[in-house]
Write a protein that binds this ligand. Sequence first.
Ligand SMILES: Nc1ncnc2c1ncn2[C@@H]1O[C@H](COP(=O)(O)OP(=O)(O)OP(=O)(O)O)[C@@H](O)[C@H]1O
Length: 238
Amino acid sequence: MPPTSRDAVALRGVTAGYPRRPPALRDITARLPRAGRTAVVGPNGAGKSTLLGVVAGVLRPTAGSVTRHEDAGRRPALVVQRSAAADALPLTVRDAVAMGRWAHRGPWRPLTRQDRAVVRDCLDRLGLLDLAGRQLGELSGGQRQRALVAQGLAQDARLLLLDEPAAGVDLAATRRISAVLADAAERGVTVVQATHDLDEALRADHCLLLADGRLLAEGPPAAVLTPEALARAVGLRR
Ligand SMILES: Nc1ncnc2c1ncn2[C@@H]1O[C@H](COP(=O)(O)OP(=O)(O)OP(=O)(O)O)[C@@H](O)[C@H]1O
C-alpha cells in the first residue's frame, strides 16, 4: 500500500548514506502508520539505523523525500544505542532522563514541577527509580539501555524512534520495554524500532524488512517475516 497522509511518515524513493560510501539506503518507498508500532528488521548493515536517522531528520536523503505528517513543531525523539560519549559524562540516571525534557524547556533550564513528574514517571515505567541517583557510566549495559529508553520517552514526542532498544537487555527488561512501547503507541505515539528480535517484531503493527539498503517487504509483521523472506534477507536465498 503506498504512503498516504493518514500515515505519520511517508518515505518516497529515499536514497541516503554517508560521504564517500555507496548508498546505505536505496530507493525506499514505505509508510510508518500513525499511533502504532513499526518494526524495522534486517541483517547487520541492512540500513536500519540509517533509516531511523533519515526519518528523524538527522540524515538528509540524497534523493527522494521524507514527509512527517504530524510534527506540529515537535521534534521526533531518537533513541540510539549507548554511546561511549554519553557514558563518560558525569550524569546520574535522573539527569540523563531529565535531559529528555530539554526538547520542551531548552538546555540547562530549570525543570518545572510537571517536567519532574514526567521524569519520575519515565523512571518508574522503566523500573529505574532505585537507580535514579546512580552515575550513568556505572550502570550495566542493560540498565543503561533502559535509561536511554526512559530519556526518549521523557521527550514526549509524537514520533519515537529507537535503535535496538532491547540490545543486551535481559528478558524481564525486554518485556518491560516492549510493554512501555505498546503503551506509548496506545496513547497515540508513532513508535518505530529497529530490532533483531523477531518475537518483538511480530508484536508490532507494521514491519519493514530491509536487506542491503533495499526494502524487501513491508506490511503486517506475520506477512512480512516469512521464512522465505528472512532467508532472502540474509542472502541464503535469491
Ligand atoms: N557513520 C557511518 N559512516 C559510514 N558508513 C556508515 C556509517 N554508519 C553506517 N554506515 C554504513 O551504512 C550501511 C548501513 O548501516 P546501518 O548502521 O544503517 O545498518 P543496520 O541495519 O542498522 O546494522 P546493524 O544491525 O549492524 O545495527 C553499512 O554498510 C554501514 O557500514
